[in-house]
Design a protein around this ligand. Structure first.
Ligand SMILES: [Zn+2]
Length: 60
């Protein structure tokens, strides 16, 4: 008796929903962009939403 588990490419138990992590931001939804604003010594960090997933981190 052999128990063979054929891989199922369609159903993924680890993902309950169809949404997947965005490949552009790795599911982060965006990235911090460091901008000194032209003022030396003063650093601004701006959150820029990913254009691939519109800041959601997920793509359907
Ligand atoms: Zn993204």
């Amino acid at each position: 008796m052999t128990a063979t588990l054929a891989p199922d490419p369609v159903s993924r138990p680890s993902t309950p929903t169809a949404a997947q992590d965005c490949g552009m931001c790795n599911g982060q939804g965006g990235s911090w962009v460091t901008n000194d604003g032209g003022n030396p010594g003063k650093i601004f960090r701006e959150w820029v939403p990913c254009v691939g997933c519109k800041g959601t981190g997920k793509v359907g």
